[in-house]
Design a protein around this ligand. Structure first.
Ligand code: ACO
Length: 323
C-alpha cells in the first residue's frame, strides 16, 4: 500500500516584524487586549516585493534542502493560498518555474485557513494512487494585503509567511505503524459565508477586497467543528489523544487552540503554539508550525503528529501523520 511519507519541511518568514505596540499607534487597540484575547504578540508583514509566490518559493527551497532532494524530482506542486499573486495563473506555477521544474502538475488550492490540510489531503490521494511520486505541499499567504488596516477587530489578528513539506509515495504495510499520512478528514459548509469572507473578487467588485469576520461567531463554531473532525481521525485509526506526540493546530488564536486541546484531553505540553510570534497566517500556519517544531527538535522521526484547521467557508479538516 502506498503511503505519503514526509521527507522534509521548511518555512520562510518576512523580516519585517510588527508588534502589538506598533499596531496600537495606528488603531485604537493595546498590547494587553491583543495578548489576552488571542495570544498574539507580533507578526511578520511582507514587503511589496515579497509576494505570495516569493514566500512560497523560499519555503519550498528550505523544505527541499531539509528533505535532501533535488527540485527536478518533484512531479506535483500544490500551493494552498487565499492571497495568490494574480487571479491567474496559479501561484503554484510561479513556484514551479522559480524552482526550475518543467515536469508534472502544479496548481493552487483555496480553502483559506484550512488550505494546508486540504492540500495535504489532495497530495496524499495523488501519491497513494500511484499517479505521482514526489509532492511539494505549500501553504503561503500575504494576508496583510487583504486586511482593512482601519478595522481593529481584524487587522491585529493576521500575519504573512509560508511553510512547505515534501511528500514521497513509499510502500508501507498499511498499518498505523507506517510512516506517512495515516488518515485525513475534510469538511465544508458553505452556509457560513457571511461570518468570514473577503468583500471583493474578480467576478463581483473587480477588486481584491478586504477580510471581514464575525469573530465571536467563528469562535462559537470552531471548537465543536474541530473536535468532531479530530474524533473522526481517532475513529479511523483506533488511536486516541494519549497516543499523539504533537498536536499542531492551525494558529488562529491561543484560546481556540487551548479550548480544542482541553475538549479532546490533549496534554498541553504536546501542543505546538506559534501564534504568538506569527499571528494567523491562514494556510501557512500549520506548515510554519511544523517546520519550527521540527527545527527546534520537538518533532522526531516516527512520532505521531495531529494537525487540524478551520477557516472561511466554513471549511475544516484534520490529518494524522507518522513523521
Ligand atoms: N483592540 C481593542 N478592542 C477591540 C479590538 C482590538 N483590536 N477588537 C475588538 N475590540 C473591542 C470590540 O469593539 C468590543 O468592544 P465593545 O464591547 O465596546 O463593543 C470588545 O473589544 C469585545 O469584542 P469581541 O469581538 O466581543 O471580543 P472577543 O472576546 O470575541 O474577541 C476575537 C475577539 C479575538 C476576534 C475573538 O472573537 C476570536 O478569537 N474569534 C475567533 C476569530 C478567529 O480566530 N478567526 C480565525 C479563525 S478562522 C481563520 O483562521 C480564518
Amino acid at each position: 500500500k502506498l503511503r505519503s511519507v514526509v521527507l522534509g519541511c521548511g518555512h520562510f518568514l518576512p523580516e519585517q516584524t510588527v508588534t502589538n505596540d506598533d499596531l496600537a499607534r495606528k488603531v485604537d487597540t493595546s498590547n494587553e487586549w491583543i495578548v489576552e484575547r488571542t495570544g498574539i504578540r507580533e507578526r511578520r508583514i511582507a514587503t511589496p516585493e515579497e509576494t505570495t509566490s516569493v514566500l512560497a518559493t523560499r519555503a519550498a527551497r528550505a523544505a527541499l534542502a531539509d528533505a535532501g532532494v533535488d527540485a527536478s524530482t518533484i512531479d506535483l506542486i500544490i500551493v494552498a493560498t487565499a492571497t495568490p499573486d494574480f487571479t491567474f495563473p496559479a501561484t503554484a506555477t510561479q513556484v514551479q518555474s522559480a524552482l526550475g521544474i518543467t515536469q508534472g502538475a502544479a496548481f493552487d488550492l483555496q480553502a483559506v485557513c484550512s488550505g494546508f490540510v486540504f492540500a495535504l489531503t489532495t497530495a496524499d490521494k495523488f501519491l497513494a494512487s500511484g499517479s505521482h511520486k514526489r509532492a511539494l505541499v505549500i501553504g503561503a499567504e500575504t494576508f496583510s494585503r487583504i486586511l482593512d488596516w482601519q478595522d481593529r477587530t481584524t487587522c491585529v489578528l493576521f500575519g504573512d509567511g509560508a511553510g512547505a513539506v515534501v511528500l514521497e509515495a513509499q510502500e508501507g504495510e498499511g498499518t498505523i505503524a507506517d510512516r506517512g499520512v495515516l488518515t485525513t478528514h475534510l469538511r465544508s459548509d458553505g452556509r457560513h459565508v457571511d461570518k468570514l469572507y473577503v468583500d471583493g473578487g474578480p467576478s463581483t467588485t473587480g477588486t481584491a477586497g478586504h477580510l471581514r469576520m464575525e469573530g465571536k461567531e467563528v469562535f462559537r463554531y470552531a471548537v465543536n467543528f474541530l473536535a468532531e473532525v479530530i474524533e473522526a481521525a481517532f475513529q479511523a485509526t483506533g488511536l486516541q489523544a494519549s497516543d499523539i506526540d504533537w498536536f499542531v493546530p492551525h494558529q488562529a488564536n491561543r484560546r481556540i487552540i487551548e479550548a480544542t486541546a482541553r475538549k479532546l484531553s490533549i496534554n498541553p505540553a504536546k501542543v505546538v503554539v506559534t501564534v504568538g510570534e506569527h499571528g494567523n497566517t491562514s494556510a501557512a500556519s500549520i506548515p510554519l508550525a511544523l517546520s519550527v517544531a521540527r527545527q527546534d527538535g520537538r518533532i522526531k522521526r516516527g512520532q505521531l503528529v495531529l494537525i487540524e484547521a478551520m477557516g472561511g467557508g466554513f471549511t475544516w479538516g484534520s490529518a494524522l501523520i507518522r513523521w
